[in-house]
Structure formats: structure tokens, C-alpha cells
Write a protein that binds this ligand. Structure first.
Ligand SMILES: *Cc1c(COP(=O)(O)O)cnc(C)c1O
Length: 220
């Protein structure tokens, strides 16, 4: 299928209240422009270097979301233009984003990335760390940041019950936080598991290969 068919197919599978982040990592600017021309405005990238190269070549009303692990020393390169950093997984990173947002006299939106997968390798806060950062935020510790929600990645497994259980864990934390302050976004689900994520309460999904096709890492 073409990118256009893939895009419409994906959009058709999303209920109206679910936001689509088109994950364009490893794909060329021409492919992003093609999806932009179909109406998509939110794109996700996971590497600072890559988004810095693409950003100047594409329309300025694109909302860029960082979805991959972000090193503190790289925040300065994206602070001017990034819309949302979905992968905030430490207080140190949050402080740096706050500092850089202030320097650019803007507010940067973030999601707290919570570790829900059983696998050891995944980044993310545990529930307690997320609660702690959220409390500090509510008390005004990060004036140039807006926490707009939570993000999580389920395990890579065919076991749908396990995936469902992991998504529901995050939904529970999301509901808990919402009692203190209204959060907009619950970002869960990728190409293979977004329908399950939506059943579990996701209102934002990050979809890459189902739109752009398989990623080719061979020339990197
Ligand atoms: C790459 C990536 C995605 C998209 O994955 P697909 O399986 O291609 O849809 C979503 N979220 C994160 C955090 C990613 O790194």
C-alpha cells in the first residue's frame, strides 16, 4: 500500500477523540511532506540530530514530538521549536527542559514516560517517581513546563493480555493524576498495539511503520 493509503487506513481506525502522532523517524523529508499534505500536523521523532535536520526543511506549523530517550545535554538544540517531549523520564531532564524553555521564553509541553513493560531495557519512571515529579510540578517547581499527560510503551509480545494489563496500569495512574489536575493526554499504542491501547483508554497513539512502511536502518 502507498503512504497515502496507509495514512487514511490508520486514520479510519482511530475514534475521533484519539490524536495521531505520525512517527517519521528514519523516513525522509519527502515522506513527511506527503503525509503533511494529507492533513497531518503532528510528527514524532526519536533522535535530536534527525529532527534538527528535518525541521528547517518542512512547514513551520508542524508540531514536533520527541518520543525517544533524550539526553539532558541535547535539550538546548530542540528547545526553540519542539512542541512536546513525550519521553521525560527523570527530574534532571525536567529541570533542563524547564531551564531551556525559560531561556526561549516559552512553555514546553511534556509527558511523563512511565515504565509499564516488564522488560528491563525500557526507559521510564516507576509510579512513585512519576507521582513525586507530578507533585513537584503541581507545587510550581517547573514554571516553564506544562505536563500534558503520560506516555508508556508496552512489552514487545504477542500476548495481548499482558499488553492490555500494562496499558491498564498506566490508565490507572492517569486517572489518579487527573483527580489532582486535569491532564489531556494518555499516549499509548504503536502500529501493532494501538487498537488495544485505545480500548484501554489511550487518547493519543504513536504510529510509524503502519503509515510510512518498514524502517530501514541499513544506511545509519
Ligand atoms: C518508533 C516508535 C513508535 C512507532 O513504532 P511503530 O511500531 O513503527 O508504529 C512509537 N513510540 C515510540 C516511543 C517509538 O520509539
Amino acid at each position: 500500500m502507498s503512504i497515502q493509503e496507509n495514512y487514511y487506513d490508520t486514520k479510519n481506525r482511530l475514534p475521533e477523540h484519539v490524536q495521531l502522532v505520525a512517527v517519521s523517524k528514519t523516513h525522509p523529508v519527502s515522506a513527511i511532506q506527503e503525509v503533511y499534505d494529507l492533513g497531518q500536523r503532528i510528527f514524532g521523532e526519536n533522535k535530536v540530530q534527525e529532527v534538527m535536520e528535518k525541521y528547517p526543511l518542512l512547514p513551520k506549523d508542524i508540531q514536533w514530538h520527541i518520543i525517544g530517550h533524550l539526553q539532558t545535554n541535547k535539550v538546548k538544540y530542540i528547545a526553540e521549536f519542539v512542541d512536546t517531549i513525550q519521553s521525560v523520564d527523570s527530574e534532571k531532564l525536567m529541570k533542563e527542559i524547564d531551564k531551556e524553555a525559560a531561556r526561549h521564553q516559552r512553555t514546553i509541553k511534556i509527558l511523563l514516560q512511565v515504565k509499564i513493560a516488564r522488560e528491563e531495557s525500557k526507559f521510564g519512571l516507576d509510579n512513585e517517581e512519576a507521582r513525586d515529579l507530578f507533585q513537584k510540578y503541581i507545587h510550581g517547581d517547573f514554571p516553564n513546563i506544562e505536563i500534558t499527560g503520560l506516555m508508556g510503551m508496552a512489552s514487545f509480545t504477542d500476548d495481548k493480555d499482558q499488553v492490555r494489563g500494562e496499558f491498564l496500569t498506566l490508565k490507572k495512574l492517569y486517572d489518579e493524576f487527573n483527580q489532582h489536575k486535569k491532564l489531556g493526554t494518555l499516549s499509548m499504542g504503536m502500529s501493532d498495539d494501538f487498537p488495544v491501547a485505545i480500548e484501554c483508554g489511550a487518547n493519543s497513539v504513536r504510529v510509524g511503520s503502519a503509515i510510512f512502511g518498514r524502517r530501514d536502518y541499513s544506511n545509519r
